[in-house]
Design a binder for this molecule. Structure first.
Ligand code: G4P
Length: 283
């Protein structure tokens, strides 16, 4: 087992979504563009029942552009609305409103015909840890109310934040527990930083991630570390990264844990390049 996991978290997430469902008109479900399938939890998603949803492939600035487009086509092919966004810079965030209005156009029209005031659309945000939920809420509401970072207890009571006359947003996101279906999904979630560090073996994850990305991104890897993968195993590759980056223990041995940390940091900050770990066919 790559990650030690506790089923109790799933129960808590289920309770949270049932609570959110009482108030929310439309969900913004954040996925990590670097692993849009692995960062999805369809089991928990099903609890929102027939409420409309928009998938936001966040951190698109860190993901492979070609694959961003492939994944958008994939979501279209399964009849789901999806957008690639960068919540830090706000790229594409405005388009959320157009899509939301379109998804709820029948309800808006129904209210208009009844002579009622236009319905206010209430957004709820869902996603696994570290995917950018608070960053999105801050970006949309221009507020620092939704504090970034996973600090339990930061937001105790939920509040609606007015965006404009037509939209409101819940200041507290719903945290989806990652669905770790197999070791490959677990490795990818660890690699992108969705799993707490203390729950997995960093060296193992670094080596397995190198194994996953070397097929499509071998050139990027070799360029970053001035190495050549030919005739090298993942273990050797990590040792070589350690040598290059001066990760040496007192007794002269290579500190592979430090090398793994450096590699994962490089990967997460896209210092190796824009890399996507999932493939369309993974699901
Ligand atoms: P969460 O509420 O879903 O847990 O995520 P949060 O908004 O706290 O964001 C997690 C990290 O991801 C933050 O970095 C945030 O700046 C970064 N982030 C969010 N959206 C984007 C995006 O579109 N592009 C990029 N490049 N980064 C984004 P952090 O505070 O530095 O944390 P960490 O990355 O060191 O964990």
């Amino acid at each position: 087992m790559i990650v030690q996991w506790y089923p109790g978290h799933m129960q808590k997430a289920k309770r949270e979504i049932s609570e959110l469902n009482k108030y929310v008109d439309l969900y913004l479900i954040l996925l990590d563009a670097r692993a849009p399938l692995s960062s999805r939890n369809e089991q928990l998603e099903s609890l929102i029942k027939d409420k409309p949803k928009i998938f936001l492939l966040n951190k698109a600035d860190l993901a492979d552009e070609k694959k961003n487009n492939q994944f958008l086509k994939y979501f279209e092919s399964i009849n789901q609305r999806a957008l690639c966004v960068d919540c830090l810079k706000g790229t594409n965030v405005k388009n959320i409103f157009k899509i939301a209005e379109n998804l709820l156009k029948d309800k808006i029209e129904e209210a208009r015909q009844k002579g009622k005031r236009r319905k206010i659309i209430r957004f709820g945000v869902l996603g696994i840890p570290n995917v950018g939920k608070s960053t999105l809420i801050n970006k949309i509401t221009n507020s620092s109310k939704a504090k970034t970072g996973d600090k339990p207890g930061v937001t105790k009571s939920k509040q609606w934040i007015k965006i404009n006359d037509y939209f409101e947003m819940l200041d507290t996101p719903g945290i989806l527990v990652p669905k770790i279906e197999d070791d490959l999904v677990a490795i990818k979630l660890c690699a992108i930083g969705s799993i707490k560090d203390e729950l997995y073996d960093k060296e193992l994850v670094a080596k397995k991630t190198i194994e996953i990305i070397k097929k499509d991104y071998c050139e990027l890897l070799n360029k970053k570390y001035s190495l050549d993968f030919l005739n090298m195993s993942e273990d050797e590759y990590l040792i070589e990264i350690g040598k290059k980056r001066g990760c040496v223990l007192k007794e002269g041995k290579i500190d592979t844990l430090k090398a793994a940390n450096l590699f994962l940091e490089d990967l997460r900050k896209a210092k190796i390049g824009r890399i996507t770990l999932d493939e369309i066919g993974d699901r």
